[in-house]
Design a protein around this ligand. Structure first.
Ligand code: SF4
Length: 347
């Protein structure tokens, strides 16, 4: 076992976060090496201790689909390569039904309402109000929308949103037509409007170096986010990317991220997407159910494609050994086979 890795991990077990250079060093090991296995185990132990072995379930409803002007090269909706040519807009009854299906058991931590880069504000505000009326009060509502000014975020907050998911993505301005500065400004606009903020290290491809990954992790640490997720890039047919990192490599990145955020108090929640058993045993604790449109899918409704429903997410967390799920108000619910059966019987 590498001596420096042993020292970094022993310090982490005593609540001292690895430095930027330490994180780059950890990410330099092969994902099947004993050092990577050791870092995943330590990250798993720390994240579970800090959260009382608790997981979160997020849900996303994709509201609209049309060729997107932002034209991100990794997304199935980018206008220059998408296979979707028409426009799909979920109607109010469908939104209500999808929100009900995801939130009826009361244990969904938060629900994202997603649109393309450009969106109709009146439609979006109506969707938010429907979600707020339909979901129980303890479920938080988050936006997943294009770049937005402060005044619009105030309207969105007043319609019921609690927070915003907005990320300066890896390769922003290179793989996308949006500048990193514009994305940062949107995050600031949401913060000024009083919204909570979620971040994610995404979308990770095979070309990303340890330095690039660690740059983002440390921007998350400095940025005041409630969540610090990790997501790999899916090689969606039709996009220019065909490569993919393995789930074992993603779990190593999850582990280094979980170790680095020891520096934060409170310790953030750690989503992984798409969640898999290795990452959920390497420090990640949050999983996302998806319905409607999905930028990593070629199906118009991801619930018939890549997306998982809330019941499946609950089961994946239980299989990964989590003993509780936390609701949006912080109350923890014991995750047992009896509880899961009771949820599945709810209509
Ligand atoms: S990732 Fe978002 S902004 Fe980029 S093309 Fe897809 S929907 Fe548009």
């Amino acid at each position: 076992m590498d001596k420096r890795v042993t020292e970094i991990l022993h310090r982490a077990l005593e609540d001292t976060a690895p430095s930027r250079e330490d994180c780059i060093y950890l990410l330099g090991f092969d994902s099947a090496s004993p050092e990577a296995t050791f870092m995943r185990g330590v990250a798993n132990d720390i994240a579970r201790r800090k959260t009382g072995n608790t997981g979160l379930i997020f849900g996303q409803v994709g509201l609209e689909l049309f060729p997107c002007e932002a034209d991100c090269t990794f997304c199935s909706f980018g206008k220059s390569h998408t296979g979707f040519t028409g426009k799909i807009t979920l109607d109010e009854d469908t939104i209500r039904q999808k929100v009900h299906d995801f939130t009826k058991d009361g244990d969904l931590y938060c629900l994202w309402l997603m649109t393309m880069a450009d969106f109709d504000l009146d439609y979006y505000l109506r969707a938010l109000r429907i979600a707020r009326e339909t979901a129980p009060p303890q479920t938080l509502l988050y936006t997943n929308i294009g770049d937005t000014d402060y005044e619009t975020f105030v309207k969105i907050r007043d319609a019921g949103a609690d927070g915003a998911y907005h990320v300066v993505r890896l390769g922003e301005g290179v793989y996308t037509t949006i500048s990193p500065e514009r994305r940062r400004q949107t995050i600031e606009n949401a913060r000024r409007a009083g919204l909570k903020l979620q971040d994610c290290l995404e979308p990770i491809g095979t070309e990303h170096t340890p330095e690039e990954l660690v740059d983002h992790i440390f921007q998350t640490i400095e940025g005041g986010f409630d969540t610090a997720g990790v997501m790999k890039r899916t090689p969606v047919p039709g996009t220019c990317f065909t490569d993919e990192i393995t789930n074992l490599r993603m779990a190593q990145i999850v582990a280094v991220n979980a170790l680095a955020v020891i520096a934060l108090d409170p310790y953030p929640w750690l989503p992984v997407h798409e969640a898999d058993p290795i990452s959920l045993a390497s420090g990640a604790n949050s999983i996302c159910a998806e319905t409607g449109v999905n930028p990593r899918d070629t199906e118009a409704d991801t619930s018939t494609g890549r997306g998982q429903d809330v019941s499946a997410c609950r089961n994946i967390l239980w299989q990964a050994g989590f003993e509780y799920v936390a609701r949006g108000d912080g109350i923890r619910v014991a995750l047992t086979p009896e509880y899961m059966a009771q949820c599945d019987a709810n209509v």
